[in-house]
Design a protein. Structure first.
Length: 95
């Protein structure tokens, strides 16, 4: 088995992880807030965009510190996204 091939594969994975990645989170209640905290701790995304019509004080604080971009409604334009995550209660969709 050639080890050079493994090094090349590892290098490609590393480049992918360091490339700019944004995520859009819709809903930031208990579950959404836990996701945000985990993403920030892991430095998983270069930008976290959050849509929350009634943000908590903690969420507003993160936005003031520029850790996240907070939106009250879905913005007209966003950067390319790695993922869109729905963190809302199912009954909200019935509305």
């Amino acid at each position: 088995m050639r080890r050079a091939g493994l090094k090349g594969a590892k290098a490609r994975r590393t480049r992918t992880r360091t490339s700019p990645r944004s995520v859009l989170l819709i809903g930031a209640g208990r579950m959404g807030s836990a996701l945000i905290k985990g993403w920030l701790a892991a430095k998983r995304f270069s930008a976290i965009h959050v849509v929350e019509p009634a943000p908590s004080g903690g969420l507003k604080s993160l936005a003031r510190k520029r850790a996240i971009s907070l939106h009250r409604e879905l913005p007209a334009s966003l950067p390319p996204l790695a993922a869109v995550v729905l963190a809302i209660k199912p009954q909200v969709l019935k509305g």
